[in-house]
Design a protein around this ligand. Structure first.
Ligand SMILES: C[S@@+](CC[C@H](N)C(=O)[O-])C[C@H]1O[C@@H](n2cnc3c(N)ncnc32)[C@H](O)[C@@H]1O
Length: 202
């Protein structure tokens, strides 16, 4: 097993969820590259990149690095240490530092942009897609519609923060998980805490 990211790597993923992502990337990375939507400071990226390294592939790490709604000043998950000189959330510097310290730079291609910005120009064939970007319904649906169809048969769709009970958390990731299952193109492939894995059938 790889070393988990240290506690100084800010993020929203438990070690058990990270370990499941690593295992999924080890397998799905043999089918094609990995796309992560929502890197923040690199916690999930490090797990995925270690799996991609095992599989001989790379992780496209897509994030505009300006934070989601809940990270903005005054919101629940705001971190004042991640504000740049202009008063904006900026996680890119911290992300690059963490990726370098984890020695996985060779297995990560950062894409500093929003999903809607890149989708017209970037249509890769992928072995794995990890959706952990914006949690508004609009953002989550854009992630799904943009890259759900890029998964190759046998690939893995991973979605974070899936809560079947609306009282436990926001419902946008759950909505994407349901849409994928209802499409008939995916079947369940495991769950660890709020992380759900789906296997692309065809
Ligand atoms: C919950 S955090 C990701 C946490 C990360 N996966 C981890 O392990 O700690 C969500 C991230 O999605 C990014 N994000 C939000 N909306 C986005 C969009 N439309 N396109 C790209 N990234 C977006 C935010 O900048 C933020 O870094």
């Amino acid at each position: 097993m790889p070393a988990p990211p240290g506690p100084d790597v800010r993020g929203f993923l438990s070690d058990a969820e990270g370990s499941a992502l690593y295992e999924a990337a080890c397998y799905a990375g043999t089918i094609g590259p990995v796309l992560e939507i929502g890197s923040w400071c690199g916690r999930s990226t490090i797990w995925l990149a270690q799996g991609a390294r095992e599989a001989g592939t790379i992780v496209f790490a897509l994030d505009h690095h300006r934070g989601s709604e809940e990270h903005q000043p005054g919101e629940m998950f705001h971190d004042p240490d991640l504000i740049d000189g202009d008063g904006n959330v900026d996680t890119l510097r911290e992300f690059r530092r963490n990726i370098a310290r984890a020695d996985v730079e060779a297995h990560v291609i950062p894409i500093v942009a929003g999903t809607a910005q890149v989708t017209r120009f970037f249509r890769p064939q992928l072995g794995m897609v990890f959706i952990d970007g914006g949690h508004s319904i609009e953002a989550a649906l854009t992630d799904w519609r943009s890259f759900g169809q890029c998964l190759l048969p046998g690939g893995i769709l991973a979605i974070h923060d899936v809560f079947t009970d609306a009282g436990a958390g926001g419902q946008a990731p759950y909505t994407v998980w349901r849409l994928a299952l209802d499409s008939g193109l995916y079947k369940e492939h495991g769950a660890t805490e709020s992380l759900r894995l789906l296997l692309r059938l065809s």
